[in-house]
Design a binder for this molecule. Sequence first.
Ligand code: NDP
Ligand code: 2IT
Length: 452
Amino acid sequence: MAASDHVGIEQFMTGVKKRNPGETEFHQAVYEVAQYVFDYIKDKEIYHEYQILRRIAEPDRVISFRVCWEDDKGNIRVQRGYRVQNNNAIGPYKGGIRFHPSVNQSILKFLAFEQTFKNSLTGLPMGGGKGGSDFNPKGKSTHEIMRFCQSFMTELYRHVGADVDIPAGDIGVGGREIGFMFGQYKRITNQYTGVLTGKGLEYGGSLVRTEATGYGAVYFLEDMLNKAGNAIEGKTAIISGSGNVATHAAEKILHRGGKPLTLSDSGGFILDPDGLTQEKIDWVKVHKTHRRGRIEDYAKEFKGATFHAGKRPWDVKADLALPCATQNEITTAEAKTMIKNGVIAVSEGANMPTEQDGIHAFLDAKVLFGPSKAANAGGVAVSGLEISQNQQRMSWGADDLQKQLRNIMQSIHEKCVQYGDTKDPKYIDYVKGANIAGFTKVADAMLAYGVV
Ligand code: NDP
Ligand code: 2IT
């Protein structure tokens, strides 16, 4: 086949949209990867012949199931549960579980697709998957959460396993929910295996897993800045979210001598012009995780801080930005405001938080931009280390794990530099680098298997 006979990107995307109607987040994620991969493989006939990208963009399977549970008033409630197993070319399916009312098939397919490239970038043997439910954990009692998690696992258990598919946490799923799901898996199967990561330290969890995603996003930011002859020290940072990723990103910014100015949740954002301190971050962790409180209470607790209802923090002037809440939380207009305000680097803690044209605005303005599949890979990387510890029936020390996390983030940065060259020798396109580096390993494994 001559190179000119290959399907073009527009035709490829027409097919993706036709096969996955209405799944806009999934289209967005596939298009973002395809833009770069099409260019990279234009003279690599074998990837065309074996339809590699077309196959990665078709999940191995999408499992959807009913989850019934009883609330505290005795009402029977019905939710939908999912597991999307995208690709296991380089290892068992691996990826988080999200509980949020917005969860649908499109969102989980985009997350499972992205996870495939992210897990490849870590260098560890993990394929890509994602799961979740439209269950809304807000306002639910601990017993309601427990009953929901048990019911969810009563179906999920038959699709997962320590060598098959290893879920973990994501939005709305933290240590408490993982505990309930692990307990139910153990009860149903009578097996004690590392089927989930993000477990408690008492029953096979790993040190550093809780901190890993937020810390990792700041390590990636640090490596981008260092490569450009700059540093975090003395810089201000705007951060969205106030959950696991956001609070640990704020903490690591602080460790590096930076000044975190904001946090947010779905109600709005807080601005603390004095900067968040360790004490304030610890308060947020307890308030949001244990008391299930709202970020607006921060402004009542700490003098000088203000709460901005219904708003996101992106028009606050700062040097650095870390979106750590959810997808498409930086619109193209907000990206342009940030550029105008002089932001020098963005590191995505959340998955796909920046709209497509917003990403290109950052790249055109030569803002250092760490895309989610590279910048937030620290969480799943330490999940990979948790799997290794479980299989060895060992647990490693915190110093060792911190070093391994730091090294993995550095090696992801190096892979992005290797593939992310631009016409400007001083500017790295990390989006290009992450997409191509993530693709090659999965693609070459798929080639080895032939047509399956
Ligand atoms: P948490 O549940 O701990 O926190 C989520 C935070 O984001 C909360 O502050 C929440 O606010 C806010 N948020 C969620 N959805 C929305 C929304 N639709 N609009 C506005 N705010 C929202 O989740 P994590 O910190 O674990 O996850 C945050 C992001 O990081 C997600 O994109 C996730 O996929 C990604 N990620 C997480 C990893 C992990 O290890 N946990 C690993 C890699 C990526 P509220 O309380 O009001 O809902
Ligand atoms: O998006 C992600 O990488 C996660 N939610 C973590 C997945 C994992 O398996 O640790």
